[in-house]
Design a protein around this ligand. Structure first.
Ligand code: AMP
Length: 249
């Protein structure tokens, strides 16, 4: 069975993000980029399934400008076997990515597609769900455990107040949550091998997919600066201030 993993290249989670001068997006010049952290967890999950003998190949796919191949190479350095880059310029919305992934999953005859639960740049949390709907496959979002037993997939999901365990047929879609695993560090032999592994490059045009935006960004603004705190000298003063400033006590 082949597992497809979707990896997005995003601003590193530690990077300081600045809104651009026009207020239409963020300024990514000179910002360190990295694989979306939830996608690293998705790659790790796929590698563990391959190592357990439940899958024969892990193929990673990334959609975007030429530089997204760096996310694919980072997945190679973890141990992924093969990569696909689908070139698309500008902002690619979750629906467009989902259409592309649906086309690739069918073409690759993937038995399982694993995605991150969300990309930490736009925080959409939509692509996996849209992919499952377009492909007509079952989905388990927010996975904290994945097991494959023959043709059956069992996924434990993190839900409000606990866990839910689902069993479904494959092909299926799973989105990875934080506690699914701890991604491995790239090993030196894999880093060396990563340079030589093949990346199949294609364009959205080759796939015949319409990626025209459905959304218009009206405005992007940084969060308001936090006001400086005030030190109070006693609990009585604290209560008085809260009463005066919030009116709730
Ligand atoms: P989102 O719905 O944008 O929050 O993204 C959820 C997941 O979809 C990500 O964690 C990735 O696994 C996948 N994904 C989103 N955008 C891309 C992209 N441009 N290329 C590859 N995978 C993507």
């Amino acid at each position: 069975m082949r597992i497809l993993v979707a990896v997005k290249r995003v601003a590193d989670f530690n990077a300081r993000i600045r809104v651009n001068a026009e207020g239409t997006g963020v300024d990514l010049s000179n910002v360190k980029m990295a694989m979306n952290p939830f996608d690293e967890i998705a790659v790790e999950a796929a590698l563990r399934l391959r190592e357990a003998g439940a899958a024969s190949e892990v193929v990673v796919v990334s959609v975007g400008e030429a530089s997204v191949s760096e996310a694919v190479r980072a997945a190679f350095a973890m141990g992924a076997d093969r990569g696909i880059v689908v070139r698309a310029d500008g902002r690619v919305e979750p629906l467009a990515v989902a259409k592309i992934l649906a086309a690739i999953a069918k073409r690759e005859e993937a038995g399982l597609v694993i995605l991150g639960k969300q990309a930490i740049d736009d925080d959409a949390n939509q692509t996996g769900q849209m992919l499952a709907a377009l492909a007509g496959w079952p989905i388990a979002t927010f996975a904290s455990e994945i097991t494959i037993d023959g043709a059956a997939l069992t996924v434990t999901r993190e839900i409000d107040g606990g866990h839910e365990t689902l069993r479904m047929a494959m092909p299926a879609v799973v989105t990875a949550d934080l506690r699914l695993n701890q991604p491995r560090y790239a090993s030196l032999p894999n880093i060396m091998k990563a340079k030589k592994k093949p990346i199949d490059e294609m364009t959205v045009g080759d796939l015949g997919i319409d990626t025209a935006p459905r959304l218009r960004v009206l405005k992007v603004a940084p969060p308001a600066d936090r006001k400086a705190g005030v030190k109070v000298s006693s609990a009585t003063e604290l209560v008085e201030r809260l009463r005066a400033e919030t009116g709730v006590l």
